[in-house]
Design a protein around this ligand. Structure first.
Ligand code: SF4
Ligand code: SF4
Length: 378
């Protein structure tokens, strides 16, 4: 018989899973979760894993990434065990376990350290960016105090170190997702199959394009969102943030490749950048409003790491618009230089901290979905 493991429970509680010990295993949460299925049975099963200390089953699971944090399960829990928040905590725990330097762990579990690390990286990035534009007013002022080479090499070191660590973390987590599920005895050893790969990729692409699974979260009769306008539903807010960011990333890459001066609105990259920028600002603004007004239990306890991620996205979108207007209007004053610096620092830090922050779910969720669908066709 399995034994309780209070030490493991204490460990995951640091990531935000503080009430799950109240669970008495009634199964309500799994019954109301529209995303839970026979081969993806959550959140109740994962609460058992947490109580019993089944670390490997949690770390190798695809299920924790299938949850969209809608909070329906938390609303229905008679014991206030907050299973939805528990699933989010397991995702943080898994990201931190894949990242071996301990940086992600610090960011997720220690707020003062998280603030310090975020500001320190922003500071170093800010200095490094100024070495790319040495003629700007702020850069000339800075180089009078710190030599150019020192800043340049420091920035390079931060990029290389975080890049290697992030790459190793992503590799570890992808290997975990590829493992055969211990919770699924029916699963056979996985051999590569081209047809299954295509089928799984097709399903993941449809999910990314439409967030079809996320939409099913609002279909319960007692769901707060069921009769709300689709424009304000959480799935659409989430969809806006995801596609807003992807669109802006593509527009930035196109600008860079084709050296578009960004002074003409009708260039394809500008049209894409403007539309997806609006989408990103809309999505992040709505997400901030929901976190402040807390319409459902899923917004009851928001962690600093979630706030940081969201605010970074919002600032990147807002400052991006400012810069677009500034370039078209020919402004090149000190304020525009500062906005450029903030925009670049925030955007680069988002990418640099990808594997150490909530942002990692943007990669791990599609991957987990891919392996989950692949397994379904076995
Ligand atoms: S609804 Fe609450 S008490 Fe029941 S199994 Fe889920 S977490 Fe446990
Ligand atoms: S938060 Fe939503 S998607 Fe996640 S387990 Fe609960 S009901 Fe399911």
């Amino acid at each position: 018989m399995s034994e309780l493991n209070p030490q493991f429970a204490r460990e995951i509680s640091k990531y935000g899973a503080s009430h799950f010990n109240a669970c008495y295993n009634c199964g309500n949460c799994t019954a109301v979760c529209n995303l839970s299925e026979q081969h993806a049975n959550f959140p109740r099963m994962f609460i058992r894993y947490g109580i019993l200390g089944e670390k490997e089953k949690i770390l190798n699971s695809k299920e924790i990434w299938l949850c969209y944090a809608c909070g329906d399960c938390s609303e229905s829990c008679p014991r206030q065990a907050y299973p939805g928040e528990y699933m989010a905590a397991l995702r943080r725990y898994t990201i931190a376990n894949a990242e071996k330097t301990g940086l992600a762990r610090l960011i997720f579990t220690n707020n003062p350290w998280a603030i310090f690390i975020t500001l320190l990286i922003a500071f170093i990035l800010g200095l490094t960016i100024l070495t790319i534009k040495p003629d700007e007013t702020i850069a000339r002022w800075l180089f009078a105090f710190i030599p150019y080479e020192v800043i340049h090499n420091l920035g390079l070191a931060v990029f290389v170190l975080t890049g290697i660590t992030a790459g190793a973390g992503i590799y570890t987590l992808v290997r975990s997702l590829m493992k055969k599920d211990a919770s699924d005895p029916a699963a056979v050893e996985r051999k590569f199959s081209f047809s299954r790969t295509i089928l799984a990729l097709k399903k993941v692409s449809i999910e990314l394009a439409t967030m079809k699974r996320h939409q099913t979260c609002d279909t319960e009769d007692d769901s707060y969102w069921k009769h709300k306008l689709w424009l304000i539903k959480p799935w659409f807010v989430h969809w806006s943030i995801m596609w807003g960011f992807i669109g802006l990333l593509i527009a930035t890459i196109l600008d860079f490749i084709f050296k578009d001066p960004a002074t003409v609105m009708w260039l394809p990259s500008r049209i894409l950048g403007t539309l997806t920028g609006i989408l990103l600002i809309y999505g992040t603004t709505m997400a901030v409003i929901y976190r402040l007004t807390k319409p459902t239990k899923s917004y009851a306890d928001i962690k600093l790491a979630d706030w940081t991620f969201l605010l970074f996205l919002w600032i990147a979108g807002f400052t991006g618009f400012w810069l677009e207007i500034a370039v078209m209007s020919g402004w090149n004053n000190l304020i525009t230089q500062i906005v450029f610096l903030i925009h670049t620092v925030i955007s680069m830090e988002l990418i640099l901290l990808f594997a150490f922050s909530k942002f990692a779910h943007a990669l791990y969720r599609p991957l987990a979905l891919y392996f989950y669908y692949y397994r379904q066709y076995e």
